[in-house]
Design a protein around this ligand. Structure first.
Ligand SMILES: [Zn+2]
Length: 396
C-alpha cells in the first residue's frame, strides 16, 4: 500500500520518491511510488496533476485490489524521481473542498438539511441537499454562517479514530479513497467533524469567500452551486465584465439594469405593433396595385409575381389578402438563397393550386403541398427572374 503523505500534509507539492512498480494503463506508462503526495480521484475531489521525473501526470487513481496509488504518465520514468504537483490546481481543490465541509455544516445548522452528494470539477462545484425546497433567505442564512466561519479563521485538522468510535461524526458516505488503518476525521474547529480522505486548507481563512451562485432541483432534492476563494473571485471578474458591457451599452448604473432592460422590451413590443400595422397598410396598397395589373384569362384574374426581398410569412399574408377578392389566382415566389412559392385562388374557383405548385417548384427540386385552394413550398436557391419564369410556366 502506497504511503499517502497528503493525509498529514496537504501543502507539500515538491518531493522526491522511488518508483516501486511500473505498469501499463490504457496504453500509457503508469507508476506506483513508495510514498506520494499526489491525490488520487476520490470522495468527489479530482486527482492532482503535475510531473514525475519531468514527465506529465495524466491521471492518478487508487487501485481497488491493494489501494496502491497509480500515477498515469505521458512518457517514461524510473528509479528515484523528483515530483511536482500542480499547486494552483491542488490549492483550488483544497479551497473548494474545505469550503464544501463548512457550507454543508452551515446548511445542517440553519436549514436542517443534509448533504447527500458533492461534485467538484474544473467548471463547477455543487452539493446536493435532501431538501424539497429552499428559500433565498435560507440560502443567504447558510451562506452567511459559512463566511463567518471563514472570517473566524478556525483551524482545520485531521485525526485518525477507531471506526467503532465514530459516533457523532458526520459521514456523507464511507470514503472509498480512504486507505488508512482508522477512520480519518477532518475537523473544522468548534464547527464540523466529517469523515473524509480529501485535501483541505489548514485554516478556514485560506478558503476565501464562499459564494452560492445557483440553485436547481435535482433528483427530488436541491443542488447548490457555489464557488470558493480564487474561483469566487474569477466568477466575480466574469460578472463584472458582463454587467460592465451591459451598463455601457444601455448607459445606466448596475442596479438600474433590470429597469433599463424592461424599458427596452416595452419599446420593442410597441415597435413590433407599429411595424405590423404599417405592413398591413403597405400590403393593402400592394394588393390594389397587383389587382390593377392582373392578367385576365379563362374568366380569372391572374397575378404572377416573384420578389427577392420578402419573407415567407409576408408572402402568405399578401396572397391571403388577394384571394379575398373574387375570381383571383395568385402565384407568388421569392428568389435568393432558398426559393419559396405560394399558389392560391379565390374560394369559388376550381383550379388545382397543388398541381400548379409542383410545376412551379420542379426546376428547384422543391417540396411542398397544401389544399386545392392554397399550397406552398420551397426549394434550392435561384434568382428572382428564374422564379418568375417558373411561376409563368406553371400558370400555363
Ligand atoms: Zn473533505
Amino acid at each position: 500500500m502506497t504511503e499517502r503523505l497528503y493525509y498529514d500534509d496537504s501543502y507539500t507539492h515538491s518531493f522526491t520518491a522511488t518508483i516501486t512498480e511500473t505498469l501499463t494503463h490504457d496504453g500509457h506508462t503508469a507508476v506506483v511510488l513508495e510514498r506520494t503526495y499526489f491525490y488520487p480521484t476520490g470522495g468527489g475531489q479530482p486527482h492532482d496533476t503535475g510531473t514525475i521525473g519531468g514527465v506529465r501526470v495524466l491521471d492518478v487513481f487508487t487501485r481497488p485490489e491493494d489501494k496502491a496509488v497509480v500515477h498515469v504518465l505521458d512518457g517514461e520514468a524510473a528509479g528515484e524521481v523528483s515530483c511536482e504537483i500542480d499547486w494552483a490546481r491542488r490549492f483550488d481543490h483544497m479551497q473548494q473542498h474545505t469550503g464544501q465541509h463548512i457550507l454543508t455544516q452551515a446548511f445542517v445548522q440553519t436549514a436542517g438539511t443534509s448533504t447527500v452528494g458533492f461534485h467538484l470539477s474544473e467548471n463547477s462545484v455543487t452539493i446536493d441537499l435532501d431538501a424539497e425546497a429552499l428559500t433565498p433567505e435560507q440560502i443567504a442564512t447558510a451562506e452567511s454562517l459559512a463566511n463567518q466561519i471563514v472570517y473566524k479563521d478556525r483551524r482545520v485538522t485531521t485525526r485518525l479514530i477507531d471506526p467503532e468510535a465514530a459516533e457523532g461524526v458526520r459521514m456523507r458516505r464511507v470514503p472509498e479513497a480512504l486507505a488508512t488503518n482508522g477512520l480519518r476525521v477532518v475537523e473544522v474547529e468548534d464547527f464540523d467533524s466529517t469523515a473524509c480522505g480529501g485535501t483541505h486548507v489548514a485554516r478556514t481563512g485560506q478558503i476565501g469567500a464562499i459564494k452560492v451562485v445557483g440553485l436547481e432541483r435535482y433528483k427530488g432534492g436541491q443542488r447548490i452551486e457555489f464557488r470558493c476563494g480564487w474561483r469566487a473571485l474569477h466568477d466575480y471578474d466574469l460578472r463584472i465584465g458582463v454587467t460592465g458591457q451591459l451598463t455601457s451599452a444601455l448607459t445606466c448604473g448596475l442596479v438600474d439594469l433590470p429597469a433599463a432592460v424592461e424599458r427596452l422590451q416595452n419599446t420593442n413590443r410597441d415597435r413590433e405593433r407599429t411595424i405590423k400595422t404599417l405592413q398591413e397598410r403597405l400590403i393593402e396598397y400592394e394588393a390594389v396595385d397587383l389587382l390593377a395589373n392582373a392578367q385576365e384569362r379563362d374568366g380569372a384574374r391572374w397575378i404572377i409575381a416573384a420578389f427577392d426581398d420578402r419573407d415567407a410569412a409576408a408572402l402568405r399574408w399578401l396572397a391571403g389578402r388577394l384571394v379575398q377578392e373574387p375570381g383571383v389566382i395568385v402565384l407568388l415566389g421569392i428568389g435568393g438563397e432558398k426559393t419559396h412559392v405560394i399558389c392560391a385562388r379565390s374560394a369559388e374557383l376550381t383550379q388545382d393550386m397543388n398541381a400548379m405548385l409542383q410545376t412551379a417548384l420542379a426546376p428547384f427540386g422543391g417540396r411542398g403541398g397544401g389544399k386545392p385552394a392554397q399550397a406552398q413550398g420551397g426549394g434550392e436557391g435561384a434568382s428572382r427572374d428564374q422564379v418568375q419564369a417558373a411561376l409563368e410556366a406553371a400558370a400555363g
